[in-house]
Write a protein that binds this ligand. Structure first.
Ligand SMILES: Cc1cc2nc3c(=O)[nH]c(=O)nc-3n(C[C@H](O)[C@H](O)[C@H](O)COP(=O)(O)OP(=O)(O)OC[C@H]3O[C@@H](n4cnc5c(N)ncnc54)[C@H](O)[C@@H]3O)c2cc1C
Length: 402
């Protein structure tokens, strides 16, 4: 990727759009690095909050909304930023270096950070009946109000979000049916052994899987009960339906900006989308020079690690490419699954039992005897050891320029 030139030492005005994990982490990092210029944060939600608990503790009713906050009022205050919450950015002009918002204000910038994340993907077969989605605290509040013992929830999509929600709903006494087009959910992300184990765990707790099929059509009766017609001509009835079928980057507001917004905001290896414009978090499709491809990661840890890269890039104190060791976790019943590195189907798998009482295991994924990824199942301490190893190896390769 060609270099796009650098921003002069300290920009006078930084404008961040999106006030969630990636946006607030970028703001905090800028201040921690000593940035003393003007900082504006524009976010269309009312409070910066964290999303992972929305399908777990918050949906289960264990956590109140306050506990989701990413920053206390004091921490927000200490950012010394102009906080425009409840405000939507509606345009970015990369030539003039301005952002406009839905109150008609124009915000000039020397550096802009796009942190507007993703929204749930809707399915045509369900769009007429207003199914649930799960991205925001209001989505989670609406779903939570419906999860009553004895009712049935149909989850369309057996990815992380769909299966986590299924686990939480089952624990609340709800009957759950999961409809998923693949025959082994998540095997492309966790490998066959762990995904088969996850499916077994779900089945043992009551999840009714309809695998290898998708929803062809749907209707609702006068009581609001859904009937889903599946592609194998079977049907599922349920009081509620959750669509968990992937996401769409929130780039609509960037139409006409001159940026490449195909499947996210396309960036260089330092997460820069254009001179003076960066992208961070779920929305950033950055050039990964190891895989020779533009990629996006929708993981909480990526939002934080990329924020560090972007803040340093804005201040001109980092020139190296972003080469993360991806890391995420997902919780189902009493199982915490964590994965460090990048899984792919060509890797060889070695399963190591850690503690049979905790049912904890580590799976090593290797290519030519080199560790490429590690999966921990109820093994939080052990996985951190392998994650450190992957990070050290990555740092050595970066130093050696490979
Ligand atoms: C239910 C759920 C569970 C999850 N669980 C896990 C997990 O267990 N492990 C894990 O690693 N990751 C998990 N994730 C993913 C993780 O939450 C995301 O990777 C993280 O939130 C990304 O942060 P972000 O700031 O890039 O995007 P977001 O959190 O999506 O924030 C983007 C913000 O920008 C705002 N915005 C959008 N457009 C505009 C605009 N035009 N103007 C102003 N503001 C705008 C949005 O409203 C939002 O507030 C989960 C996600 C969800 C939804």
């Amino acid at each position: 990727m060609s270099s796009m030139g650098t921003v002069s030492a300290e920009p006078e005005a930084v404008v961040i759009v999106g006030a969630s994990a990636a946006g607030t982490a970028t703001a905090s990092k800028l201040r921690r690095l000593g940035y003393a210029g003007r900082l504006t944060i524009i976010g269309d939600e009312v409070v910066p909050y964290d999303r992972p608990p929305l399908s777990k503790q918050f949906l289960a009713g264990q956590w109140a909304e306050d506990k989701l906050r990413l920053m206390s009022p004091d921490q927000l205050e200490s950012l010394d930023a102009r906080l425009l919450l409840g405000t939507r950015a509606v345009g970015l002009d990369s030539g003039r270096r301005t952002i406009t918002d839905d109150a008609g204000r124009t915000h000039p910038f020397d550096a802009a950070v796009i942190a507007t994340g993703v929204r749930p993907r809707m399915l045509d077969a369900l769009s007429a009946g207003r199914p649930h989605v799960l991205r925001t605290v209001s989505d989670a509040t609406a779903l939570r109000a419906r999860l009553r013992p004895g009712t049935r929830l149909a989850v369309v999509g057996g990815g992380f979000l769909g299966l986590e929600t299924a686990a939480t709903a089952l624990e609340l006494g709800v009957d759950v049916v999961v409809v998923e087009p693949s025959t082994l959910p998540l095997s492309d992300r966790l490998g066959r052994t762990a995904s088969a184990r996850l499916v077994d765990l779900h089945r043992s707790r009551g999840t009714d899987f309809r695998l290898g099929v998708s929803v062809a059509g749907s209707s609702r009766d006068e009581q609001g009960v859904w009937t889903l017609e599946l592609t194998d001509h079977s049907t599922v009835t349920a009081e509620d339906v959750l669509v968990a079928a992937g996401s769409v980057p929130q780039t609509d507001w960037l139409a006409g900006s001159g940026l490449d917004i195909s499947s996210g905001v396309r960036c260089d290896a330092m997460c820069r989308a254009a001179p003076h414009v960066w992208a961070v978090g779920d929305i950033a499709r950055w050039w990964d020079d190891r895989h020779q491809a533009h990629i996006r990661l929708e993981h909480r840890t990526n939002a934080i690690e990329q924020a560090d890269v972007v803040a340093k890039g804005i201040l001109g104190v980092r020139r190296e490419a972003y080469r993360p060791v991806p890391f995420f976790w997902t919780d189902h019943f009493d199982a915490r699954i964590q994965l460090a590195g990048t899984y792919s189907a060509d890797l060889t798998e070695t399963l190591i039992e850690i503690d049979s009482a905790r049912e904890s295991t580590i799976t090593l994924f290797q290519r030519d005897d080199r560790l490429a990824a590690v999966l921990g199942w109820n093994a939080p301490r052990e996985i951190q050891k392998y994650r450190r190893q992957l990070l050290l190896e990555q740092a050595d390769r970066s130093k050696a320029g490979v």
